[in-house]
Design a protein around this ligand. Structure first.
Ligand SMILES: NC(=O)C1=CN([C@@H]2O[C@H](COP(=O)(O)OP(=O)(O)OC[C@H]3O[C@@H](n4cnc5c(N)ncnc54)[C@H](O)[C@@H]3O)[C@@H](O)[C@H]2O)C=CC1
Ligand SMILES: O=C(O)C(=O)Cc1ccc(O)cc1
Length: 362
């Protein structure tokens, strides 16, 4: 089976790593620059890479378009005009689905077909350097087959995507863009606006960055996302976002009004209803919203301390899903966050680290 990945960045590279090394799969990357083509081969993400689109898609069984959204339709058109293998499935990974689905519908695919796709997992990092085969584990992977798409093609793509360990669901493209606009694109806008607002205050007083603590960091991680990728997503989904931002203004106006009227009960009620909804979000899956079980511990600045902690957990078979040094506190020993997929591993880690006399907080 030949799989072509057009644009081997965070998402294209991560998909390639999920497929890589499986028996009978040949992975070819297409890049628009020789240095990037060389890099994805050097990093072992694809078997070979080419600057020729024709060569990349020739005889391919699956083609994944994984460039920024603004380039997807151009590549779709170019690929549609090239000779494709009978039964070839062309798909994409773009964060918006209506426009590419609309363009694909206008093209004649002959014995090939197009099925839109969107893995609902990612990160604020970009480029093939950030690619990982674990990115999609337990996340949702949306496919947008048309009513007349051959179910066998959707099935074949779904079967291949099992290698990502994501859960495939099918959605209509317009509905996808409305929902994903609200749960992913709007939060990115809010994070960026918030960081830029605070950055403006910081220009006059550097204490803003010094004091920026957990809450600010938690809600602004995605503000570090790739500017080109996000420019394209926001422009592409602008009609949904304009409505969502007007609704957002109403939320802001509501707070202004409650503060002016000193309406404490109204403010508490907003926190209560937000907490109720937030606490009911599906748990224990990675992706756009990752639920983890976290422990915090003070770590003295000793050489080898991180190795000691991870070796201890590893030797007891405790599965660590993430580790982060939190730098929000100055002039104190480091604070480390250890994340686990479930409560059992978290509790076992707590006991084990306490027995080594670490101060552990849940
Ligand atoms: N970043 C994320 O967390 C997620 C992104 N997506 C979607 O995945 C797609 C790719 O995003 P990322 O992998 O995050 O970005 P990325 O920047 O890591 O990867 C984009 C790739 O496209 C290549 N590229 C850029 N210009 C090109 C051109 N003219 N011709 C050919 N290739 C070109 C880049 O070299 C890079 O390899 C986007 O459509 C995005 O909406 C989907 C899910 C999550
Ligand atoms: O980093 C995060 O938490 C994300 O929000 C990742 C993400 C980015 C873009 C998508 O289309 C889907 C998921």
């Amino acid at each position: 089976m030949k799989i072509a990945v057009i644009g081997v960045g965070l998402i294209g590279g991560s998909l390639a790593l999920c497929f890589r090394g499986k028996p009978d799969i040949e992975l070819v990357g297409f890049s628009h620059r020789q240095d990037l083509a060389d890099l994805c081969v050097e990093r072992g993400v694809v078997d070979s890479a080419t600057l020729s689109l024709e060569e990349a898609v020739q005889d391919a069984d699956f083609i994944f378009l994984s460039t920024p959204v603004g380039l997807l339709e151009t590549y779709l058109e170019q690929i549609n005009a090239l000779p494709l293998k009978k039964g070839c499935i062309v798909t994409d990974v773009g964060s918006t689905k209506a426009s590419i689905a609309g363009r694909a519908r206008e093209l004649d695919w002959g014995e090939a077909c197009f099925i839109g796709g969107h893995p609902m997992a990612g990160s604020e990092r970009s480029g093939v350097q950030a690619a990982t085969s674990l990115l999609f584990e337990n996340a949702y992977y949306v496919l947008t087959p048309e009513p007349d798409t051959d179910p066998k093609s959707t099935e074949a793509l779904t079967r291949l995507l099992e290698l990502t360990r994501a859960k495939v669901i099918c959605l209509e493209p317009t509905q996808h863009d409305e929902i994903v606009g609200a749960i992913s694109h709007l939060p990115h806008i809010i994070a960026v606006a918030l960081v830029n607002q605070i950055s403006g205050y910081h220009d006059n007083n550097p204490l803003y960055r010094t004091l920026a603590a957990g809450g600010f960091r938690d809600i602004t991680r995605i503000a570090s996302s790739d500017p080109v990728v996000w420019r394209d997503i926001l422009l592409n989904n602008r009609f949904n976002l304009l409505k969502l931002l007007r609704d957002w203004n109403e939320q802001v106006e509501g707070f202004i009004d409650q503060l002016e009227r000193e309406d404490g009960e109204g403010i508490s009620e907003r926190f209560r209803s937000a907490g109720d909804f937030r606490n009911e979000l599906p748990e224990r899956r990675k992706g756009a919203i990752a639920k983890t079980y976290d422990l915090y511990l003070d770590v003295p600045d000793h050489p080898g301390i991180i190795g000691r902690i991870t070796t201890e957990l590893g030797s007891r078979g405790i599965n660590l899903s993430n580790l982060q040094i939190i730098e929000s506190r100055e002039d104190v020993p480091g604070l480390m966050r250890l994340s686990f997929r479930d409560e059992v591993h978290m509790e076992r880690a707590k006991e084990s680290l306490e027995s080594l006399e670490f101060d552990v907080y849940v």
